[in-house]
Design a protein around this ligand. Structure first.
Ligand code: NAD
Length: 499
């Protein structure tokens, strides 16, 4: 059985609790590896190494730091296919999707290559007689990231790209369900010229997470995962005096106005609701047609499009989506479909009990369409995180606007319409962090920032872009006064003259 260790001080690091966690191949249903679960002593070793290298890295001029980021970007591009295949074999998303996972992470690395420009501070000349004021952003020291299973390349790069370019050392605790790509990224980072210990990977479960939250030498923690854990991380980290941002679950709605281009909407929904088997925090699992007539027309077009989706193993180039991550997750999704049915939703297309010929042990869930879902249903209130699309019929625009606004999650939302006024009104009033107008998955580009509202995001600073830079740095404000010496020349600043 393949053993996956940690990545400490530039190389494989062993040790920890002695406990391991199974890493599946979701397409075959076999355990393909075991990952070691670390403990507080292992974290101490990583911190000791980070402390050795971080001060010199922080003192390295930003242009030189950017060169390491450039080289890392080149290496990840060079190894993209290998990374995508490795990722897909542990996660289950199809290789094409895995390429997207790596690519969206790389875009933040590209942004981090501009760190010399991004770190320039503010300056006021002559704030008073002989007085200037300037501010600078300095690194925090050691930062940590705790990441979910569903984007094992992108989310680690979102975090460590910004943290390290800003001058910090970084400790990554990836998901124990697909830990190999984060380790491979850390190896490439050393190959790119980063000091050994600047980026380290400690594997583990709650025990390691708690060690991170309690460690006095970790200044900031960025978390992405489910909401209850996000809230726990936020509260425990903050109680220990750390800076914390913690992003949680989602239930994104797509509002379809009567004037929307339904062909386009159906095409967008096929990707946004079912791509990556719905295991995306920016998936679109709820569609809200405005008016029964729109709902009926949409449903009629959705049924053949969903039935045409091809579910396959993760390296099937023709598959639309692959298996879900673990057998427990498959069971959980199917249970949510049971619940929805029991609550009175109409199961229009049923993905339960789906089996892929030749891969009967894989963790596949067929595409599912539920109609006549209502806001009081538990299956609407909670995140399902699977290939399940729910139709919630809205009476009118105001009703459609209220649904995502009143939902416990506020990550992303979309509106499909040809009416600019309706779109503008919706974007201004909806109580959700990221809005798409005729864009089903509105993940902002790397030079903007990413973050949801309500139970989708705890803390007040978003990820990547300039917000990410603010999260990973603290600002210092300097007020300086250089008086002239009072006329006798003894204390005067002497301006050198030529000749
Ligand atoms: P998860 O919450 O189970 O795990 C996330 C991380 O927390 C992992 O590293 C895990 O080891 C750790 N963890 C798990 N249980 C813990 C516990 N009891 N105490 C401390 N740490 C614990 O999430 P997941 O299943 O890996 O990822 C899917 C979730 O992440 C979904 O809810 C999804 O919406 C969310 N997500 C959110 C965003 C966002 O930006 N808002 C992005 C991606 C995923």
């Amino acid at each position: 059985m393949r053993q996956i260790d940690h990545f400490i001080a530039g190389g494989a690091g062993s040790g920890g609790t002695g406990r391991t966690h199974q890493v599946w191949n979701p397409s075959t249903g076999e355990v393909q590896a075991e990952v070691a679960l670390g403990d507080a002593a292992l974290l101490d070793r990583a911190i000791a190494q980070a402390k050795k290298v971080q001060p010199e890295w922080a003192a390295t001029n930003p242009q030189r730091r950017a060169r390491v980021m450039f080289e890392f970007k080149r290496l990840v591009e060079q190894h993209k296919q290998e990374l995508a295949e490795l990722l897909s074999s542990e996660h289950g998303k199809v290789v094409d999707d895995a390429h997207g996972d790596v690519q969206r992470g790389l875009e933040v690395i590209e942004f981090a290559c501009g760190i010399p420009q991004a770190l320039k501070g503010e300056y006021t000349n002559g704030a008073g007689p002989g007085i200037d004021v300037y501010s600078m952003r300095q690194p925090l020291g050691i930062g940590a990231g705790i990441t979910p299973f569903n984007f094992p390349a992108m989310i680690p790069m979102w975090m460590f790209g910004m943290a390290i370019a800003a001058g910090n050392a970084f400790i990554l605790k990836p998901s124990e369900r697909d830990p190999s790509v984060p380790i491979r990224l850390a190896e490439l980072f050393v190959e790119a010229g980063a000091p050994e210990g600047l980026l380290q990977v400690v594997n583990g479960d709650k025990e390691m997470v708690d060690a991170i939250l309690d460690h006095r030498d970790i200044a900031a923690v960025s978390f992405v995962g489910s909401s209850d854990i996000a809230q726990y991380i936020y509260e425990r980290g903050a109680a220990n005096g750390k800076r914390v941002q913690a992003f949680g679950g989602a239930k994104n709605h797509g509002v379809v106005m009567p004037d929307a281009d339904l062909e386009q909407v159906v095409n967008d929904l096929a990707g946004a609701a079912f791509g990556s088997a719905g295991e995306r925090c920016m998936a679109l699992p709820v569609v809200v047609p405005v008016g029964d007539e729109t709902a009926d027309r949409l449903r009629e077009k959705l049924i053949p499009a969903i039935n045409a989706l091809r579910v396959g193993v993760s390296n099937d180039p023709d598959a639309h989506y692959g298996p879900v991550v673990t057998p427990e997750h498959k069971a959980r999704i199917e249970k949510w479909i049971d619940t929805a049915e029991a609550e009175g939703a109409e199961v229009v297309i049923d993905g339960r009990g789906f089996s892929l010929q030749g891969h009967e042990d894989g963790f596949f869930v067929g595409p599912t369409l539920l109609d006549r879902v209502t806001p009081d249903m538990e299956s609407y209130k909670e995140e399902i995180f699977g290939p399940v699309l729910q139709i919630v019929r809205a009476k009118d625009f105001e009703h459609a606007l209220r649904l995502p606004s009143e939902h416990q999650y506020g990550n992303g939302v979309a509106i499909f319409t040809r009416n600019g006024h309706a779109a503008r009104e919706f974007a201004n009033r909806v109580i959700v962090g990221m809005v798409g107008i005729n864009v089903p998955i509105p993940v902002p580009v790397s030079y903007h920032s990413f973050g949801g509202w309500k139970r989708s995001g705890f803390g007040d600073i978003d990820q990547y872009g300039m917000e990410g830079l603010r999260f990973w740095t603290k600002s210092k404000k300097v007020t300086q006064r250089w008086p002239d010496g009072g006329g006798d020349g003894s204390n005067a600043f002497v301006i050198p003259t030529m000749g």
